[in-house]
Design a protein around this ligand. Sequence first.
Ligand SMILES: Nc1nc2c(ncn2[C@@H]2O[C@H](COP(=O)(O)O[C@H]3[C@@H](O)[C@H](n4cnc5c(=O)[nH]c(N)nc54)O[C@@H]3COP(=O)(O)O)[C@@H](O)[C@H]2O)c(=O)[nH]1
Length: 675
Amino acid sequence: MSVLRVTLSIRTTLVLAVLVAVIAPLAIWLTVQQNLFRSAFQPLVVENRQAQLNLAVSALVEPLWTLNETGITAVLDRTVAQPGVLSLRLEETRPTDDSHLVVHQRVRADLPPGTVPPPGAVCLQAPVLREGQSLGELQVCYDPDQLDRAMASRRWELFKLAALQAAMAALLVMGVLYHRLIRPLDRLKAQASRIALRGEEATMSWRHMDEIGELGEHLNDVHRQLHTLFGQIERQQQALEKLALHDHLTGLPNRLLFRELAQAACATALRDGHALAVLFIDLDRFKVVNDTLGHSAGDALLKTIAQRLSSSVRASDAVCRHSGDEFLLLLQDYGSLEQLMQTVERIQREVARPMMLEGREAHVTASIGIALLPDDAREPDELVRHADLAMYEAKKAGSNGHGFYRAELNQRVQAQMEVERELREALARDEFELHFQPQIGAARGELLGCEALIRWRHPQRGLVPPLSFIPAAEQAGLIGEIGVWVVRAACAQIARWKAEGLAFGCVAVNLSANEFRDSALVDTVRDAMQQHGVRPDEFEIEITETVLMTEAAALRIVADLQALGISIAVDDFGTGYSSLAYLKRLRPRTIKIDRGFLKDLPEDEEDRVVVEAIVGIAQALGIEVVAEGVETEAQRDYLCGAGCHILQGYLIARPADAQQYAQWLAARPPDIVSA
Ligand SMILES: Nc1nc2c(ncn2[C@@H]2O[C@H](COP(=O)(O)O[C@H]3[C@@H](O)[C@H](n4cnc5c(=O)[nH]c(N)nc54)O[C@@H]3COP(=O)(O)O)[C@@H](O)[C@H]2O)c(=O)[nH]1
């Protein structure tokens, strides 16, 4: 069903309605009036005509009798001038001479002469009698439209009167409607528009408390409520925006806002040729403070540093918390490089000031990397990345340092990223392989086992040693996947040797510190051993001392591995913290003296002292000592004499792939030590 949409405004509708309401009754009234008039005046007209005729006839008796022509003419002229009379005709009958007929005719002055009676005229006639004797006959003809004419004239008068009344009524009604309806409606409309546009001045005063006035007051209420509501929403929105763009702990802009500020600042600096620097700040020793004094102290420290950084630079510069203990500074128009360095040193001095946390004095320092626009980069993300690289480089040189970005840092990062990409591909293409280096008993030379050492068979570069890719894998977060591969590959190899009937002893694998962050390592090892039927005495894990010192979860994971029956060897012993407390708690099966202590043996006295001390401690704790990197017979003899239990090194065999190692096992002399 189609809906007819009426688009007439209320104003137009009301005007039309008022006009119809005034004109229609007026027209009806006029029509009724006319009919009433006609029916009332019709008989009067007839009577009036008859009376006129009678009057004229009476008036004619005397002149006709006396043959007074002047009198006759006067009566006739008077009669024809009567309203409604068109013409008259008097036939005179002379008493003296009947045969002689005198006829008098009159026509109304505005009619052409000779038309008696005019066509369509209503004619009345009567004899003129004197004492029963006929003196003549008078015929008077009347205008048939006399009444209509009279009515028309009256109708026009009535119409003018009625129109005047109607106009006055319409004006009155329109005036009332305008003041009480149309104008208030217009005001309502304007008020609603202002509310819709959220105008401040939307409240209106309403004098008449009629329906529209009440509606207007309601709108005032609505406006007040909306105003309050919008105010709340705006405040909440501002709070949300602040939350989204600011760090909730320090209140500083976060990296999102920093990016926006930096974008605008870079554009202005490039346009105006001004200097601009981005400083990447990383706090040294924050982790130590956080770990020792607790997280609330760490939070307080970050807030203090945020205040110190903000007060160290101008209000036009931007300070932002990037993440954790990292901050970004945007220094606009910093002046000369010398002035920039003064600012950097001021920041470092401010950060390094001691502070009281949890009743204890604490202090941290700042490592700062600096990238400059436009020399180092032209857009914010790149400036931040380069400043980060410079900070990383500065930190490597020691804490509380600063350094500028250099292009070769980026090249190094590019190379690192390339290695990472290649490592991912290597994992996917299974390009890694394990090599094995034997470990033998120092006293009798019997085979005790081997160390599994990873190699990367690179399609172009050939066999790549682990030190060329393990650090990159650690940085790329790929060391976990590589560790899983090593564990599974070692277990699979053990299963193959067992299937071939080879006596291989115990296989030790190397795992990095990062791998001891995730307790899933225990499941990986258990699953691999179960899958390949490896016994716990056939499998060993080598960890470095630093793992135990730096990874909080490592001790728990090591304990879980030991609970599986797997033995632990502490690698590179003597190069790290060499904490006796850890040794006592961990109880590894072996410790491996780092080959750095062996290379100048037996000549170097200090190395001899270290080796003998390690052997002494190990013996006291019931731990066996592996001497790795044994290259000469003199080293071997000294180490055997010093009490080392196990030997590993080129003197016995170089690391070899599984096939060569199996051949070595099959061909090896029965007693290599005593040879
Ligand atoms: N996380 C993992 N680390 C691993 C893995 N495989 C090896 N590594 C670590 O890489 C480092 C270098 O290993 P590599 O190049 O294989 O060198 C080993 C031996 O070849 C070398 N060695 C052994 N005997 C001698 C010797 O007489 N002289 C000499 N100059 N070098 C010798 O020592 C390395 C073994 O050292 P260690 O592990 O400390 O016993 C090395 O730190 C490996 O740990 C892996 O799968 N995952």
